[in-house]
Design a protein. Structure first.
Length: 217
């Protein structure tokens, strides 16, 4: 289950709790002040305003999420995502994190260059960058857990998870660079037949490998 799916489930659960809470509060309000039309009406208005405010907040969050998806190839948007995760890094892991952050920025730069060369690949590149963010989420979790576990067995499991994320990041960088170089060479001479569809297929394979790595962890 990816980050977006978990967020959707949490929002649905929070909405259900809000509605139940408002109904209980409304009934308590009416019985406390007495069953009168003015009480019933004013309580209903309060509930309606609370629900409307919540729906507006959800709509705003969905709009922001959509904007982030569309603009993830923009450097400032991507860096904001990385910086948000940086605040969760333990002090003891700052050196490793700086290396990971630089690698993520490098991957983003390669993805941007590919998108500029072949705009039709933009959807695949956006998916790739999302898979990178999910890998980094898993890496951040491993770094946090690494400061807490004490037993050798769980320390080894944490190291394995860290190494898996680092390996996937390096593999993504290497493969994106290969695709970038292939596109650059194709543009110099006779392009390979349907080369964009071939590259799109390779990007999807890379995304699936990253996703499988996250699930297996």
């Amino acid at each position: 289950m990816n980050l977006q799916s978990r967020q959707n489930i949490l929002l649905t659960y929070a909405t259900q709790l809000l509605i139940v809470g408002l109904l209980i509060g409304y009934l308590g309000f009416v019985f406390w002040l007495g069953v009168r039309w003015i009480v019933i009406f004013s309580g209903a208005v309060i509930v309606a305003l609370a629900i409307a405010s919540w729906r507006w907040q959800l709509k705003r969050q969905n709009t922001i999420a959509l904007d982030d998806t569309v603009n993830l190839l923009q450097a400032d948007v991507f860096v904001n995502h990385i910086n948000y995760r940086e605040s969760k890094i333990p002090e003891a892991s700052q050196v490793l994190w700086r290396s990971v952050k630089q690698q993520a920025v490098t991957i983003h730069q390669i993805a941007v260059e590919i998108s500029q060369e072949e705009s039709t690949l933009t959807p695949d590149l956006l998916e790739t960058l999302h898979s990178i963010l999910e890998l980094i989420d898993r890496l951040v979790q491993a770094l946090q857990v690494n400061t807490k576990v004490q037993t050798p067995y769980y320390q080894e499991l944490t190291k394995q998870q860290l190494q898996s994320c680092l390996t996937r990041l390096q593999d993504t960088q290497d493969k994106l660079q290969e695709l970038h170089d292939q596109i650059a060479l194709d543009n110099l001479g006779n392009p390979m037949l349907n080369h964009t569809s071939v590259i799109s297929s390779r990007l999807q394979t890379l995304i699936n490998e990253n996703t499988r790595g996250i699930i297996e962890n």
